[in-house]
Ligand binder design. Sequence first.
Ligand code: NAP
Length: 298
Amino acid sequence: MLDRIKLSPQGPEFSSMICGYWRLMEWGMSAQQLLAFIEQHLELGVTTTDHADIYGGYACEQAFGQAIKLKPSLRQKMEMVSKCGIATLDKPGNTIGHYITTHEHIVHSAEQSLSNLHTDYLDLLLIHRPDPLMDADEVAEAFVALHKSGKVRYFGVSNFTPAQFSLLQSRLPFALVTNQVEISPLHQPAILDGTLDQCQQLRIKPMAWSCLGGGRLFSDAQFQPLRDELNAVAKEIGAETIEQVVYAWVMRLPSQPLPIIGTGKIDRVRSALKASSLELSRQQWFRIRKAALGYDVP
Ligand code: NAP
């Protein structure tokens, strides 16, 4: 069974790998098929689900909720994460994509997520992206209100720099529990720009999105040297697939990221979970880093 991990000293306990529902509308599942997909995750120990108000043109959360409606008892066996703070052209009335972190928007979006996901609480709510017009006091007030009403248990951020994280944290009476960021061999900035150092310093675990580069790992010609090295390391450590090696590479980081798996295929989920028992040596980790970046350490 998959390990469970506390996101932060006072935070919630999540499955060490998470299922992401950004692409749900692409999977073409009926509510019944989605229910089966969710139950298969729970059997595997993947209890944590990642959502956002805007996913699928604001349609994914409702589709997920329709499946939960078929078997409401599943709610207590899982954790639901959602996000708010982005406004897209998919919403009538928006003439430009923008960020919005007003008190009113945050509370309204969270309440809409509750209704769509067919639940009366979120385990975790994140601000999806840093908003240049963010008033940290206002966001903190919205978080406190949602916490007091019992609608949201824990709070965090996504794609925040360490400075943006610290600013919001300085206004809150409770600790933020995560920063959800892109981490993969294909995209390594968070590893070097202080983002993961801050997580390690505060003992909070980052959530890692697009570990497979959204699928580009398999398709882009530019990543052939990376695929070759991943295949070589896979043979050395007994991994069955290159994505298992990638997940092991992400989880090897000392901040202990929790990978969010983006596939709609349960066999690929099952395979991904095997990464949690794989161990990369320091030199194997650096070989993959080099193959992805194209240059050695200085
Ligand atoms: P990903 O795992 O990097 O990419 C998933 C894509 O890769 C899917 O289209 C999947 O297709 C494909 N794929 C997986 N294994 C494959 C294989 N062996 N061969 C070919 N294609 C393969 O993750 P992601 O979907 O980009 O992101 C994961 C989650 O992170 C999202 O669902 C969302 O919850 C979260 N996220 C958060 C943010 C943020 O800003 N906070 C941004 C992006 C994503 P199949 O379905 O066919 O397997």
